[in-house]
Write a protein that binds this ligand. Structure first.
Ligand SMILES: Cc1cc2nc3c(=O)[nH]c(=O)nc-3n(C[C@H](O)[C@H](O)[C@H](O)COP(=O)(O)O)c2cc1C
Length: 179
C-alpha cells in the first residue's frame, strides 16, 4: 500500500467531530501510507456555478478550488468523511462534489479519477439506515467517475466523542481500509 496517497475530505461543520474521529481511528491502520487531511471549513469553496458550457471555455480553478482540485488529482484514494445531515452529505461536502462536475472539463480529470478509489466515513445520531441515501449517492458518484468503491464506514454519535462508544464501528474501523 505504500505507493498510495490518501486524501481525507472532512465535511463536518465542526472540527474534530464524530466523523473525523472515526476516520482517524480507521486511518491508524494505514501505517506509513501518505495521508492528507483537509477540513472543508479551512478551504471553503465558492458557491457552485455551472460553467460546463461552452466546452471551449475551460474552467480555470484558483485559490481553494485549485488547492482542492490538485489534492483530489494527487490522491490515489479519496475518503469523503461527511456527517449525515438530513440523510445526505453536509452542504460543504456536496459543494465539493458539485465542483467535480466543472472539473470534468479540466483536461485529464476524468481519466485520472478513473484510477482512484472512493471511501466514505459518516457519523449520525440515529440508526444506520439514515445514511443509506448518502452511501448510495456516493457509490453512484464512484460509478459515474469510474472510481472503484471502497465502501462505507458508519458510526453512531451526536455529541462530539460519542462515536468512541460505538464499539461496532470502532471494530469495523480497524479493518476498513484493508478492503
Ligand atoms: C444539520 C444537521 C442534520 C442532521 N441530520 C441527521 C440525520 O438525518 N440523521 C441522523 O441520524 N442524524 C442527523 N444529524 C446528527 C449528526 O449526524 C450527528 O450529530 C453527527 O455526530 C455529526 O457528525 P460530526 O460530529 O462529524 O459533525 C444531523 C445534525 C445536523 C447538525
Amino acid at each position: 500500500m505504500t505507493d498510495r496517497r490518501f486524501l481525507f475530505v472532512l465535511g463536518s461543520a465542526r472540527r474534530d467531530g464524530n466523523t473525523e474521529q472515526l476516520a482517524r481511528i480507521a486511518a491508524e491502520q494505514l501505517g506509513d501510507v501518505e495521508q492528507r487531511w483537509l477540513w472543508l471549513g479551512d478551504v471553503p469553496l465558492e458557491e457552485y456555478r455551472d460553467v460546463r458550457w461552452p466546452v471551449s471555455e475551460r474552467p480555470d480553478p484558483k485559490g481553494n478550488e485549485k488547492l482542492l482540485l490538485d489534492a483530489t488529482l494527487e490522491a490515489t484514494d479519496i475518503v469523503i468523511a461527511s456527517p449525515t445531515y438530513w440523510y445526505s452529505v453536509s452542504s460543504s461536502t456536496k459543494r465539493y462534489l458539485d465542483h467535480w462536475s466543472n472539473w470534468e472539463r479540466v483536461p485529464g480529470f476524468l481519466d485520472t479519477m478513473a484510477g482512484k478509489k472512493l471511501w466514505v466515513v459518516t457519523a449520525l445520531a440515529e440508526e444506520h439506515h439514515q445514511a443509506d441515501a448518502l452511501l448510495d449517492a456516493l457509490r453512484r458518484a464512484a460509478d459515474w467517475t469510474k472510481m472503484s468503491w471502497g465502501g462505507g464506514l458508519v458510526g453512531i454519535g451526536n455529541r462530539p466523542g460519542d462515536v468512541l462508544s460505538d464499539t461496532t464501528a470502532l471494530t469495523r474501523a480497524k479493518t476498513f481500509f484493508a478492503a
